[in-house]
Design a protein around this ligand. Structure first.
Ligand code: G4P
Ligand code: NA
Ligand code: NA
Length: 194
């Protein structure tokens, strides 16, 4: 998605060879029109799959899951990272190891909102190690729903997330794929389909 790559080039702050900060337009302050455009792009990429629900994980996947849900005219669900006291109903859950925090946490979704008849599209902001997304894939499979694929706004292609998901048999589309980066320099994967 050229518009997105251009914003990353202009406003992305490369903090190290592995961490890209996009707080000014994607995941702290959010450019709402860009978020809606991102949703339309995911709807275009997965539009022939009869998606019934979009699934993401709190917090920074929410705006893109909502935009995609709007574009596909379906609801979106966000998985919770902590079991809320009000979430007394039965949940599907999966453990996720966070490399940044070096701890394992549970992600959960109420069993009320995913069922075998659903066709689920998973959306997130970053594809890095893929650990959180792999947890969502496990939740969808546990529910008996069909997983249509995973859409990520930014993929760091030099990390293992894509191959982890592909090993699980998951179709992955990312709107901006970073081949490599270092402070002051960024290279995207050349991909004519995007
Ligand atoms: P992941 O690939 O499964 O997301 O796992 P990882 O443990 O590598 O990433 C941990 C968190 O850091 C995730 O957010 C992920 O979106 C975020 N992240 C990974 N790489 C980058 C990066 O280069 N830049 C930025 N800005 N974020 C990155 P999270 O813990 O799920 O939290 P939230 O922000 O969604 O609440
Ligand atoms: Na995220
Ligand atoms: Na994040």
């Amino acid at each position: 998605m050229e518009l997105l790559m251009e914003r990353i080039r202009q406003e992305g702050l490369i903090l190290s060879d592995t961490v890209l900060k996009v707080d000014s337009f994607l995941n702290h302050q959010v450019d709402t029109q860009l978020a809606l455009e991102i949703g339309r792009e995911f709807a275009r990429l997965f539009g022939d799959k009869s998606v019934t629900k979009v699934l993401t994980i709190e917090a920074s996947g929410i705006q893109f899951a909502m935009a995609t849900g709007i574009a596909l005219n379906v609801p979106f669900i966000y998985a919770k990272k902590k079991k809320a006291v009000t979430l007394s109903e039965k949940v599907y859950s999966a453990p996720v190891y966070s490399f940044t925090r070096q701890e394992t946490y549970q992600v959960s979704v109420s069993q009320k909102y995913l069922s075998p008849g659903d066709k689920v599209l998973i959306i997130d902001d970053f594809l890095a190690t893929g650990a959180a997304l792999a947890g969502l894939v496990d939740i969808v499979r546990e529910s008996g729903a069909e997983l249509v694929g995973v859409g990520c706004v930014i993929e760091k292609s030099f990390q293992e997330g894509r191959s982890l998901l592909e090993k699980k048999g998951v179709l992955v589309h990312s709107l901006a794929r970073i081949a490599s980066m270092s402070p002051g320099e960024i290279h995207f994967v050349q991909d004519h389909r995007l």
